[in-house]
Design a protein around this ligand. Sequence first.
Ligand SMILES: [Mn+2]
Length: 464
Amino acid sequence: MARRIILCDGAESARLWAQIGAGDDEDLTWIPRDKESRARPAGFHALQGGLAPESIARLNPKLGDEFAVVSEDLPFARNAVTVISEAAPDAPVLVLSDKVDVEDLPDHPCLLRAGLRSLIRDDIDEEFSHLSNLQRLVALRTLMEPREKLGILLQPDPDPDGIACGYALRALLGRKSPTAPMISFGEVKRPENRAMIKALGIEIRTVTPDELDEFDGLALLDVQPSVFGENPPARVRSVDLVIDHHPERSGYDAVLKDIRPRYGATSTILTEYLRAADLDIRPKLATALVYGIKSDTQLLGRETSRHDINAFAHLHGLHSPALLRRIERPALPTDGLRALGRALSQTSVEAGIHLLVLGRVREDVIPQVADLGLQAEGAEWSIAAGTVGGDLVFSVRNVGYVRAAGDVVRAVVEGLGVGGGHRSMAKGIIPLKAFRKVYGGATRKQIRDALHDAFVKAINTPAS
Ligand SMILES: [Mn+2]
């Protein structure tokens, strides 16, 4: 079995190591410092002959053995690295020191440095942060326990972050929808969000401000009352709980507040609660939270903190990839596929732009076709357009290093409709009425030509 050969500089570092506990495969040696008492730290043997190549050779290092040097003293650490590489040139070396810089150590083909005390310190800090999350959760549970009916209020047209948080809060409180329903002043509209609640089997009730009277507890997640207009209903200006990652707003009271503007998603805060409580995170809940974090941070790109990345990594091991796929790629209806087939049969990529006009389709088909369109050879931009109700709806994707998709869509819809988005994804809506007024009609060919010209112009206009 490969060994770890530990060389500790003096009794203090040896005792620290002994207190942490040695592994079965560790060979513990120490080199007493000058004038130091030679009392042997538990489990250690002194390196016979001091720090010299022959002493290391007597340890009989074999292929696969690894060395650690524990020292806060630069001359000792330098010397140790030199001596080890003379006696065992192929052995990797880990220098554990908070004071020694890796640049000051001799060149070595396989050497790493880490701070021993700061490593332990980081772990302790992490445990304290679990503890403060647990403390918030204890207060939250104490407050909510006696409430018979808790309303979990999300923003109007709830998004994945808010929905995942509502789901997580229920798990934290051990409640189900009858005693803790998710509610909103506006229904879930976006097709991808509808796909999420359908896949997770979640219900979100649309309520009027008057209907809030039936709840004896109110929790706002991923939202603060100012979102409900300049004069929010009285009932939401005094609530029990607010957990949010948007900048803190004034004009309301909450018994408990946990607002962390540096976080990329409120789902991250709820994930920290779940971890602090050491609750079993079921695959469905993990999937909801993964999707909440992903969609609020543009897949850990925009406004992401290390907290979001830690939470995401933890959840990733627990989520259901199949369920996530179903949320992100809702099933395409056959008539949508036929519309795609017709559009693809006459497709072309011109000047990096791949435009697919689908005709009348279900709205959630459009973003999926836009994703697909970007895979065409030579495509830097993919635009999928379709008619939904009385609107022309289009989704835009790009390869990321070109003009921001959101800016381009805003330029295209200017004066005609609404639109916006981010660097590489955007969406626009133009009422067919407005489209006809400008272009005289709305056949598929007219839509194709008009959108193509508008996009060429917008993409090639430098950002102002
Ligand atoms: Mn959010």
